[in-house]
Design a binder for this molecule. Structure first.
Ligand code: FAD
Length: 281
């Protein structure tokens, strides 16, 4: 059971493509910074497609006084380009990374030097020792490309054995899957913190599309209720807030070591859940 004072809360952003998006993100960040998260993380496009924007966004967050962790995905990359990115991060005083495999962009056939995230974690440790705190992805509802649940769990353990310090999960709406995953990890002596990833629901169509692609399950009762609301945005918002707040409550009561919010660069949905959970500001 995690002590209330040692819980880790973090907020994820994606690097905006336009100056307007960057401006909007500044406003989101300053609202969410008031909640004093342990860190903000910034996603990284597979194949290095957002390398500069990810770094720029992380540096802005740091300059504004908050801790920031860039994601780093390795698929489609060479060892040299990953090494160069690690050196840049190090030179900028960045000490925290979310290390991922990523998904090969359509049209790109060569997976590059790293096939799986455990190889990236091992490479980071080999190149930079203990400089970085490394987070890796975990899948309570099983990664869509895994052969089965047991294999996926063994693959998660490979990342831990390679030197990861903590896990952040793919989002899910079924708390039992998370608790089961953590229990299975503990049985394999995998003891690192595994922080649940939380996706507030704002846009139903987008969520359903996203979830099919990444293997996160929207329970039938939720899907059917959301469908029933159709274009009634206010009912969707109220229902989604209830469901996600109840999920967070259950996770924290059950001993989750914190929460990682996929904010999609919006402050309001996360703030509303935060408030309803009665978390400190
Ligand atoms: P891996 O851990 O390598 O696993 C991928 C698949 O391969 C799994 O099915 C696993 O079971 C299997 N596998 C793993 N190792 C082996 C092995 N040695 N032998 C055989 N099979 C193996 N994507 C981005 O592009 N950019 C981001 O910034 C980003 N951020 C994310 C943040 C979080 C918290 C999460 C949960 C996901 C994020 N993703 C991101 C998505 C992620 O890149 C995809 O889910 C991707 O498909 C898998 O990445 P991974 O690091 O989990 O891969």
């Amino acid at each position: 059971m995690t002590d209330k004072n040692t819980r880790t809360f973090s907020f994820e952003f994606f690097p905006p493509k336009t100056p307007e998006g960057m401006e909007k993100l500044r406003a989101t960040r300053s609202q969410l910074a008031q909640l004093k998260p342990k860190f903000f993380s910034v996603t990284f496009g597979a194949g290095g497609s957002t390398r500069e924007r990810t770094l720029e966004t992380v540096l802005e967050i740091q300059a504004a006084g908050s801790a920031a962790a860039p994601h780093l995905s390795c698929i489609g990359s060479t060892q040299e380009s990953i090494q160069e990115t690690l050196e840049t991060y190090k030179a900028q005083g960045i000490r925290h990374i979310v290390a991922l495999r990523g998904d090969l962009p359509s049209g790109m056939a060569d997976p590059g030097a790293f096939r799986y995230a455990n190889e990236l974690v091992a490479f980071i440790r080999q190149q930079t020792g203990d400089w970085f705190q490394i987070e890796v992805a975990a899948y309570p509802e099983i990664h869509p490309q895994a052969k089965n649940a047991q294999d996926d769990l063994a693959n998660f353990k490979r990342k831990v054995d390679a030197g990861a310090n903590a896990g952040i999960t793919q989002y899910f709406y079924n708390a039992d899957a998370y608790f089961r995953f953590v229990d299975d990890c503990r049985e394999m002596n995998v003891t690192l913190p595994i922080v649940p990833g939380i996706m507030p629901i704002t846009n139903c169509a987008q969520l359903l599309r996203f979830s099919d692609a990444c293997g996160a399950e929207i329970p039938r009762w939720m899907r059917r209720t959301l469908e029933g609301y159709g274009d009634d945005a206010e009912s969707v918002r109220a229902f989604a807030q209830d469901v996600v707040t109840a999920l967070c409550e259950r996770l924290l009561k059950g001993g989750a070591p914190g929460l990682h919010f996929y904010t999609l660069n919006q402050a309001a949905p996360t703030l509303a859940i935060w408030q309803r959970l009665g978390l400190p500001r």
